[in-house]
Design a binder for this molecule. Structure first.
Ligand code: GDP
Ligand code: MG
Length: 594
């Protein structure tokens, strides 16, 4: 198809504003999939997406649209995720697009990710088509949504399209607007091949499949191509497009979006953001690629069944499919070899863990999640800690800084008091508030460690589901935090250490030992479990022995025997450190008390 008849665009919006439903309608109206194959949210095909009812991965589709003037256009569009934890997916998709449909749910108006995604689209110089969705809904407030959109974006009222992605009203106008308003791709088909790798996945049989947007040149099967970053050469096994399943085509050329099957079997050979070119006539300059994503939450992943190698290979393959997931190898005394993994948020963490289970049949032990701390030492040096094991000894520390978020909440008036109490309990620093017809806008600065885990759930439950929350990274601020060590039978278990706010340490320590008493696997003898801060034990409990009467004879004798067993174990540990099984419940106990 001529470039003048190609349009490349992404559908962007806040979560649940109807992107995947609009994608369904576009595929239906352009007969991309047959009626028989059609189902709702067709593109959310991953097991984790269906289970959670959200889009996790961007999906690319090619459709052919016959316009009102009778001409046919090639539409390559990308349905993107809306949750903030997957915003990196959106930025990759936008770099492969020339325009974006910005959807806003008329029952909710402009929300946090509407704003964030609008800005991303602007940064990528994309033409934006503003679309108001869910106009069929009884709670739709189209006029208010229009006003909010005009405040956010540089758009006129008459540019906005009003639709219902569910019933299909107005979708025909969107399809026409795409050809009229989004610019055709610019690119030179005669120039050396230059294509952006905006995504990829690993196929057990075909190896690495790279998803690409071709900017210049063209290629076909059997051509000799190259990924520029690491000069990875290969011969093209197949070129193709997404309909939305993979379908082979003869060639892909400037302006097209599609895939290339590389046959490469090492997932580390290709990086998302890489430039694809030809071996014989390479383009002189690679594309700028992407900014690396910055992890907000870290946790250790350890193999559950002694399958370190399988876990490593699965993690490498997942990282090929999700470039916002970072990992490095680490070793723990208690858990052995594993990985320190970085995520964009807690939802991202649990999705990755579920994907390992569902797509690779691998159970992983996940250590207590933590944020990054900046520890400034007395000698002036700064240590960046993304694993509590690296937390310097308290005697060397001058002060510690932790990440803070700006948190904007909209809450029903009746619950303002309860929610302010919650925010203050979580060390929120009040910024300001405003009343707004039955709703209160509350702004706090909160340590991200305090809201990473279950703050949102508590907010929802206090407000019976009505409160909303938006967050933005604020920066690092001084925090009075300390490392809490957990000792079992007088030996520190490295993998169990975590960082807490000093003022909570005693309460958390006491709750923790009570929980660990039941979570730590029992031995033949009772074992003390202690929470220690700055060399002082602040809480202690005993893990009861396996059987109450492990030996016969008098109680006194019994106690003496148990004590001997315990000492033997403690001595053994001094030499070889921990030889303890740590079930997932132990880490869950730590998460629960935090
Ligand atoms: P996404 O997160 O932006 O991809 O949103 P989805 O397409 O998954 O839609 C979220 C929910 O909104 C689903 O329950 C849809 O059925 C519903 N929805 C989407 N579009 C409309 C619409 O135009 N009207 C109504 N009433 N509901 C819609
Ligand atoms: Mg979706």
């Amino acid at each position: 198809m001529k470039q003048s008849q190609i349009r490349n665009f992404s559908i962007i919006a806040h979560i649940d504003h109807g992107k995947s439903t609009l994608a369904d309608r576009i595929m239906e109206e352009t007969q991309t999939v047959s009626e028989r194959e059609m189902s709702s949210q067709l593109l959310d095909s991953m097991a984790v997406e269906q289970e959670h009812g959200i889009t996790v991965k961007s999906r690319t589709v090619r459709s052919y649209y016959t316009a009102n003037n009778g001409e046919t256009f090639e539409y390559n569009f990308i349905d993107t995720p809306g949750h903030v934890d997957f915003s990196y997916e959106v930025s990759k998709s936008l770099a492969a697009s020339d325009g974006a449909i910005l959807l806003v749910d008329a029952t909710q108006g402009v929300q946090a990710q509407t704003v964030a995604n609008y800005r991303l689209a602007k940064e990528n110089n994309l033409k934006i088509i503003p679309v108001i969705n869910k106009i069929d809904h009884p709670n739709a407030d189209v006029e208010e949504t229009k006003i909010q959109l005009m405040e956010l974006a540089d758009v006129d009222e008459d540019e906005m399209l009003l639709i219902s992605a569910k019933t299909g009203i107005g979708v025909d106008l969107v399809l026409e607007a795409i050809k009229d308003r989004i610019p055709e791709p610019v690119g030179d088909i005669e120039a050396p091949l230059k294509a952006l790798v905006f995504d990829s996945h690993f196929d057990a049989f075909k190896g690495i499949v790279a998803y690409i947007r071709v900017f210049d040149g063209e290629f076909k099967a059997n051509n000799l191509l190259r990924f520029m970053q690491q000069t990875t050469d290969f011969q093209v096994v197949e070129a193709g497009i997404f309909k939305p399943d993979m379908v082979a085509v003869d060639s892909l050329h400037a302006g097209d979006v599609g895939y290339v099957i590389t046959g490469l079997k090492d997932p580390q050979l290709v990086k998302i953001g890489d430039t694809l070119t030809s071996q014989n006539h390479p383009t002189p300059e690679a594309l700028p690629g992407y900014k690396e994503s910055e992890s907000m939450v870290f946790a250790g992943f350890y193999p559950k069944d002694n399958n370190y190698k399988e876990l490593k290979s699965a993690i490498q393959k997942l990282a090929l499919n999700d470039s916002s997931f970072h990992y490095k190898e680490e070793k723990s005394d208690a858990l052995g070899l594993g990985f320190r993994c970085g995520f964009l948020g807690m939802l991202h963490l649990s999705i990755i863990r579920e994907r390992l289970e569902k797509e690779y049949q691998l159970g992983v032990l996940t250590t207590t999640p933590n944020v990054t701390y900046h520890v400034i030492l007395k000698n002036g040096k700064e240590v960046i800690v993304d694993n509590p094991v690296q937390f310097p000894d308290f005697s060397e520390i001058d002060h510690v800084e932790e990440p803070f978020l700006d948190v904007h909440m909209t809450v029903p008036d009746e619950q303002v008091g309860d929610i302010m109490k919650l925010a203050e309990k979580r060390k929120g620093i009040f910024q300001d508030m405003a009343y707004n017809s039955g709703q209160t806008e509350l702004n706090y600065a909160l340590p991200s460690s305090e809201i990473a885990y279950d703050f949102f759930n508590q907010l929802k439950s206090l407000s019976h589901g009505y409160a909303t929350m938006e967050t933005q990274f604020k920066g690092y601020q001084t925090a009075d935090v300390v490392k809490m060590d957990v000792l079992v039978n007088y030996a520190t278990v490295d993998a169990l250490g975590f960082v807490v706010h000093r003022q909570d340490a005693v309460e958390i320590g006491q709750k923790l030992v009570e929980q660990l008493k039941y979570a730590i696997p029992r031995k033949l003898f009772p074992m003390p479990v202690q929470a220690v801060v700055e060399n002082k034990a602040i809480a202690r409990a005993n893990v009861p022995p396996l059987r109450k009467s492990a030996t016969t004879g008098s109680d006194k004798k019994n106690a003496a025997k148990q004590d001997m067993l315990r000492r033997q174990s403690a001595n053994k540990r001094l030499g070889s450190k921990a030889e303890m099984d740590l079930p997932q419940e132990v880490f869950n106990a730590i998460l629960e008390v935090n």
